[in-house]
Design a protein around this ligand. Structure first.
Ligand SMILES: Cc1ncc(COP(=O)(O)O)c(C=O)c1O
Length: 443
């Protein structure tokens, strides 16, 4: 919130056990931890909020939300949930069982968490180009159909309850998936009789990239592209905190009435009745309005161009970043930034701490801490990419804030050769450790 001194920040980060999630918001100057639920609602969303219908069953705010989702995606069945991971919990309670294998493109942490919690495994089938940050590929979220084929060969289609496609793919850098690739996944899934589910938190940003980067889509509207994308899936999970531009919320939508009926039971148990599922009527009203706004070209262009402005400043300064830039964040290649820090000492986390100490800017590690331990061997999993994510909340910060962030990171970059050691773990939870981990500085 307010500018602080380096010695304030040294004290606060020590008290936070070097985990940036443990910082209080008042100890942060510019908060780039996440774009999830941190956006600013528009005046139209605030006014929709005032018209919320709080009926337990059959609320008209739910009706508006359902109509909006169905008209955007084509899915007739909609279940609200309190956020994205709740949607995963409900859907996977129906679909994912012990021993199952769920292929996808760099599954998000909560997605993988919900799969592994059920003693199933997540299998990453992202194209290899995604892990070379200096290589240009317009759709680094794409799945490698050969890798999918291999999963089917090794495990058999009976053990694969679904293929999950994350649009855009958060963990590889907010990277989009092309329509051509979505079509190829659909064809592959049809051949083997496997359902396709989209993890859709940033589906509108994905549609923007298809429009501006994929041949044949320049003259198509964002909504037409979205409709075509979802025509290639059987269902979706959604964290509405991203492209719904609300502070809390999620949903599941699907084609199959049978799946909807099964999911309904879990939704009622875990979330709430089927026409509110963990959301209040006013929040559903604001979400319906947010979905309308997030799916316009003008909004998407200003949002994504702000993200790319920051990326451009970093690139000009010679800082290694994932290219091309994705939708919601700029991802700094921490391994190339801090080549002297060993990977066992959490390179991207070390960089996140250095940036905070330098400037009060809070970013987030997308690296070894997040990748967690292998559930069987309990060894650390070292991902191919160690990234620092600078995530831009929607409609919150100005260009001057971006200039400040770039200048701060440049200062750290200038002294990078002096940063030679990182951190070790003092405490960690058995699953999704990065949220609550406590670290100790290696001296
Ligand atoms: C791709 C993706 N899927 C799922 C989730 C989980 O959503 P939530 O934080 O609303 O539970 C997120 C959150 O960041 C995400 O980025």
């Amino acid at each position: 919130m307010y500018p602080s001194t380096r010695s304030d920040r040294e004290q606060w980060i020590t008290e936070a056990h070097y985990n940036l999630f443990n910082l209080k918001s008042q100890q942060v100057f510019i908060d780039l931890l996440t774009d999830s639920g941190t956006g600013a609602m528009s005046q139209e969303q605030w006014s929709a909020l005032m018209s919320g219908d709080e009926s337990y069953a059959g609320s008209k705010s739910f009706e508006r939300l359902r109509e909006t989702i169905t008209s955007l995606t084509g899915f007739p069945y909609v279940l609200p949930t309190h956020q994205g991971r709740a949607a995963e919990n409900v859907l996977f309670s129906v679909m994912v069982k012990e021993g199952h294998v769920v292929p996808g493109n760099a599954h998000f942490d909560t997605t993988k968490g919900h799969i592994e919690f059920r003693k199933a495994s997540a299998f990453d089938c992202t194209i290899d180009a995604a892990t070379d940050t200096s290589l240009y590929h317009p759709f680094k979220g794409n799945l490698d159909i050969g890798k999918l084929e291999n999963v089917v060969q090794v495990y058999g289609k009976e053990r694969i309850p679904l293929i999950i496609v994350t649009i855009t793919c958060n963990s590889t850098g907010g990277q989009p998936v092309s329509m051509e690739n979505l079509r190829a996944v659909r064809e592959f899934a049809d051949t083997h009789g496997i359902p396709v589910i989209f993890d859709s938190a940033r589906f509108a940003e994905n549609a923007y990239f298809i429009k501006v980067r994929e041949k044949g889509y320049q003259n198509r509207s964002i909504r037409e592209i979205i409709r075509e994308m979802f025509s290639l899936a059987d269902g979706m999970t959604m964290s509405s905190k991203k492209d719904g531009i609300v502070n809390m919320g999620g949903f599941i939508a699907m084609n199959s009435q049978a799946l909807f009926r099964e999911a309904t039971t879990f939704n009622i148990m875990f979330e709430g009745y089927i026409t509110y599922g963990g959301m209040s009527g006013r929040d559903m009203a604001a979400l319906a309005q947010g979905l309308e706004e997030a799916t316009t070209f003008g909004y998407l262009e200003s949002r994504i161009k702000q993200v790319h402005y920051l990326g451009g400043l970093l690139r000009e300064a010679g800082i290694p970043v994932q290219e091309p830039f994705g939708g919601h964040a700029i991802f700094v290649d921490a391994t190339r930034f801090l080549p002297k820090v060993p990977c066992e000492e959490f390179i991207a986390q070390t960089l996140a701490i250095e940036l905070y100490l330098e400037s009060g800017v809070r970013a987030v590690e997308i690296g070894t801490l997040l990748a967690d331990r292998d559930p069987d061997t309990r060894e650390n999993r070292y991902p191919k990419l160690e990234l620092l994510r600078l995530t831009i909340p929607r409609r919150v910060y100005t260009r001057t804030h971006m200039d400040y962030v770039a200048a701060a990171l440049q200062n750290v970059y200038r002294r990078r050769n002096k940063i030679t050691s990182g951190y070790k773990i003092r405490y960690e939870a058995p699953i999704m450790r990065h949220f609550t981990v406590e670290l100790e500085k290696i001296t």
